[in-house]
Design a protein around this ligand. Structure first.
Ligand code: SF4
Length: 236
């Protein structure tokens, strides 16, 4: 194993171990089912964890299985979704439940391409379900994960940059393949970005991967990644 790969392996294992010791107690983690994963990931797109917790519990009490959701009236699904906003997600989730019942015998698929074929399931949500529920080495990248990756390697491009996104998915893929449990690694990256490696004033002294973090070593943790560049305004 070369030096770079060995560093990545030690990062992946450190993040997994840290996650197991520090995971927040969230209701979908306790449920540990593909259906709970699908519902929670749909709700978490563009909504903060604290707001999702209460609504997730109500949603699961009313629609405890994918069959219950598939058979529900759309207006009732939208009513339970109330407060989370972005109702298109609720419609997509309802359509996905119908597709899972009709095309997959009610079993949420593990294959990344089959997941991505479901309504409203993008690359991130598919990777989250495949890795967290089915333990497949599929990457996930959102704003939190990109920030951690960028700081670890001192990648100095904003998350909005298309090339930086390609780089982020590629690095996330390399790292998740070195993890013992891809789901614990991916959840650890999300959790690290949300609680320790925050956009401003990251708590590097509490970070499990600070020893191999280039941004921390360079004293540039709080300026990487840079914000999205505004289009230059021409002076007149
Ligand atoms: Fe983020 Fe600091 Fe950890 Fe580096 S050492 S990953 S900058 S929290």
């Amino acid at each position: 194993m070369n030096e770079h790969r060995a560093l990545d392996r030690s990062r992946a294992l450190a993040i997994e171990d840290w996650f197991r010791a520090n995971a927040r107690d969230l209701p979908w983690r306790a449920a540990r089912s593909a259906y709970a994963g699908l519902v929670s990931e749909s709700m978490l797109q563009q909504t903060q964890v604290a707001r999702v917790v209460e609504r997730f519990t109500q949603f699961m009490a009313r629609f405890p299985t994918v069959h219950d959701l598939a058979a529900a009236d759309e207006q009732e699904v939208l009513a339970i979704w109330q407060g989370l906003g972005y109702y298109r997600r609720a419609r997509h989730l309802h359509q996905a439940a119908k597709a899972i019942v009709e095309e997959h015998d009610g079993v949420i698929p593990a294959d990344i391409n089959a997941l991505r074929a479901l309504p409203g399931v993008g690359r991130y949500t598919a990777g989250a379900i495949a890795s967290i529920i089915y333990h497949r080495p599929e990457p996930i990248v959102d704003g939190n994960v990109y920030r951690v990756l960028a700081r670890l390697d001192a990648q100095n491009k904003p998350a909005s940059d298309a090339e930086a996104q390609r780089w982020g998915w590629s690095r996330a893929s390399e790292l998740v393949q070195l993890a013992r449990d891809p789901g614990a690694f991916n959840e650890g990256m999300m959790e690290l970005g949300a609680t320790i490696c925050t956009p401003r004033a990251p708590a590097c002294s509490d970070c499990p991967v600070r020893a191999g973090c280039r941004a921390h070593a360079d004293g540039r943790a709080d300026v990487i990644p840079p914000p999205k560049q505004r289009a230059a305004v021409e002076a007149r």
